[in-house]
Every structure is written in structure tokens, then in C-alpha cells.
Write a protein of this length. Structure first.
Lengths: 189, 152
């Protein structure tokens, strides 16, 4: 159990850093700094997922959250202001009440959580165990995550791809195909 | 001498490596972490890095927005098409199901059909995800005038 004892301090450190970055994001006005810190937040999340042995999720978080979202948010920020407006004091208290209530509910639920790594927890028992047992017989590929994503849940993944496609459709319908602003400049010349 | 020379040299070194890593993630997805989603993002990032360093117009000449729009739809069609193909190919003589890859190849012992199906749909995922990321980037970046060299 010595091994587990050491990695749990790494987890505490990562969670503490996540908290610090979260507070910094809330406090900062400069949107450029906020966008960069959300990238840092995603990278810390990815490191934490690696520590939890969820490498596929960590990989996606690092590529999408820390990589491409940051670039897209920077692009979006260039279209708006560089500084955020200060929020009204009244809204602070309403938001604080909601956050405090949700946080209290989460703390109330902690005793019902399964122990970390518990093989009998709902996430690990039932279908999770069935997948681990059946993949070598049904699909015979080593990565169970890929087998679940592409084969057992192929229809879900098709739905996700359609969602990604519709995201592009939505952005293109709202912002145009990225040629409108340029063409207008040329016409004005 | 061109401005930000170091950035350009480093980017030229990095972009091929990023693309190769993207394809590694794509085709190694059955054995290690990764798959079409991650590979698509990585390959889109290579083009976005090119656009950031060499300008959006150079990137548009390399990967035209028309190809990006076409690719976004093509990937979905590849994925859905594999499902339709499994409806019509009955290699195993079993009941036909949408996206049941076993129908793609008669060799049931080694699950060859499953391997074919997973590789095909991952190519569809790669095409759509990389195209969509680039399309969104082009849509945002196309509305902002390029930052002049002296403001870097």
C-alpha cells in the first residue's frame, strides 16, 4: 500500500493547484489571462486523470481542453473585449448562495461515495466488468476503451460525430465561412 | 531577415512531427490510448500552428476551407456508410444489424470484421473531427485581421 500512499499526495497537490487556478480565473478581469489559465486548468485535469489511470480521458482532455479550446477561445476573445465587465454586487450574493448550497449537497453525498478503486463500486461492477471480460472474446483488441467506443457503443459514437459536425455547422452559420470579413475589406478598397 | 525567425524554424520542425504523432495515435488506437477524436484534434492543431506562425492565408492555401467543409460531412458519411454496409453484407450469415462489424468479414475466429469496422469508422471520426476543428478555427480567425508583424 506504500505505492498508493505516495500517489495520493500527488493527487492532493494537483487538486490544490486546480483550486488555486480556479480562484485565479474567478478573480481575474483580463480575458487573455483567463483563457490561458483555463488551458492550465485543463492540463492539470489531464495530469490528474493520468494519476487516476484514465489515460484515454487524460489524452482527450490535454488535446481538446488544453490545446484546441485555448486557441479557439483566444480567437473568440479577439472578436470581443480584452477585459471583462465587473459584475454587480447583488448577483455575487445570489451566485454565492447557489454555490454554497450545491457544495453543501456534495459534501453531504461524500459518505455514499465508494472507496477509491473499489472493485465492487457501481462503475466497476456490472457492465464495466462484463466489457473487460468479453472484449478478448468478442473483439480481440487490447484497448478496451476503443472496443467499447467503436464497437459496443458504435451508435453512440456516431451520434457524437454528428454532434461535432453540427457544432461546425452552427459556428459556420453564425460566423460565416471565415471569408466574409475579408471580402468586405476588399470591396471597401 | 524575416521577423520571428526562431518561431518559424521551430514550427517547421514541429509540424511534421505533430502530424506523424497524430497518425500514430489514429492507427495505434486499438493498442494504446487514443483514437479518431484525439488524432483528429492533433492533426488540426498542426494546421492551426502553421496558420498562427505563417499566417491564415498560407494555411488557407494549404488546406482550403472548401476541403474542410467537405471533409466535415464526408467523415459522418463514412461512419454512417459503414453502418449501412453492414446491413447489406452478410458474411457471417447472422441477423443483420446497423454497425455490426462482424458482417464485414467472414473470419469470425480472429474478429477480422471487427478490426475492419473499427479502422473504417475511426477514419470517419478523424476526417470529421479534424475538419470541424479547422472549420471553427477558420470561422473565428477569418473575422479578425491578421496581427501585423511589429505587434508581436
Amino acid at each position: 500500500m506504500n505505492h498508493a500512499d505516495l500517489t495520493q499526495y500527488l493527487d492532493y497537490l494537483l487538486i490544490a493547484m486546480l483550486l488555486a487556478v480556479g480562484f485565479a480565473i474567478v478573480r481575474l478581469r483580463n480575458l487573455f489571462a483567463v483563457v490561458m489559465l483555463t488551458g492550465v486548468y485543463s492540463l492539470l485535469c489531464a495530469a490528474w486523470f493520468v494519476s487516476l489511470d484514465a489515460v484515454d480521458v487524460a489524452f482527450t482532455e490535454a488535446a481538446v481542453g488544453a490545446g484546441i479550446s485555448t486557441v479557439l477561445m483566444l480567437g473568440a476573445m479577439l472578436l470581443t473585449a480584452r477585459e471583462s465587465e465587473p459584475a454587480g454586487a447583488g448577483r455575487h450574493w445570489a451566485a454565492f448562495a447557489v454555490v454554497a448550497a450545491a457544495g453543501a449537497a456534495l459534501f453531504f453525498a461524500i459518505p455514499d461515495m465508494p472507496v477509491y478503486g473499489d472493485p465492487e463500486s457501481p462503475a466497476n461492477a456490472y457492465v464495466g466488468r462484463d466489457y473487460l471480460e468479453q472484449v478478448p472474446h468478442d473483439i480481440s483488441i487490447p484497448n478496451v476503451v476503443t472496443a467499447v467506443l467503436s464497437s459496443y457503443r458504435g451508435f453512440d459514437t456516431l451520434g457524437e460525430v454528428v454532434v461535432v459536425f453540427s457544432a461546425a455547422l452552427g459556428v459556420m452559420l453564425l460566423l460565416g465561412f471565415g471569408t466574409g470579413a475579408r471580402r468586405r475589406e476588399e470591396e471597401e478598397d | 531577415m524575416s521577423p520571428h525567425l526562431i518561431l518559424r524554424v521551430v514550427a517547421k520542425l514541429l509540424i511534421p512531427l505533430i502530424v506523424v504523432f497524430g497518425f500514430y495515435v489514429q492507427f495505434h488506437g486499438e493498442y494504446g490510448p487514443g483514437g479518431g477524436f484525439q488524432a483528429g484534434v492533433i492533426i488540426a492543431v498542426a494546421v492551426i500552428l502553421y496558420a498562427l506562425i505563417f499566417g491564415i492565408d498560407a494555411a488557407r492555401r494549404t488546406v482550403p476551407p472548401v476541403a474542410v467543409r467537405f471533409g466535415a460531412a464526408l467523415g459522418v458519411l463514412i461512419f454512417a456508410g459503414v453502418g449501412i454496409a453492414t446491413l447489406f453484407m452478410n458474411g457471417a450469415g447472422e441477423p443483420l444489424n446497423y454497425l455490426d462489424y462482424d458482417a464485414l468479414h467472414p473470419d469470425q475466429g480472429h474478429h477480422t470484421g471487427q478490426h475492419y469496422g473499427i479502422i473504417l469508422i475511426e477514419i470517419g471520426v478523424l476526417t470529421t473531427v479534424s475538419s470541424v476543428m479547422l472549420a471553427i478555427f477558420y470561422a473565428f480567425a477569418g473575422r479578425v485581421p491578421d496581427i501585423p508583424d511589429e505587434e508581436w
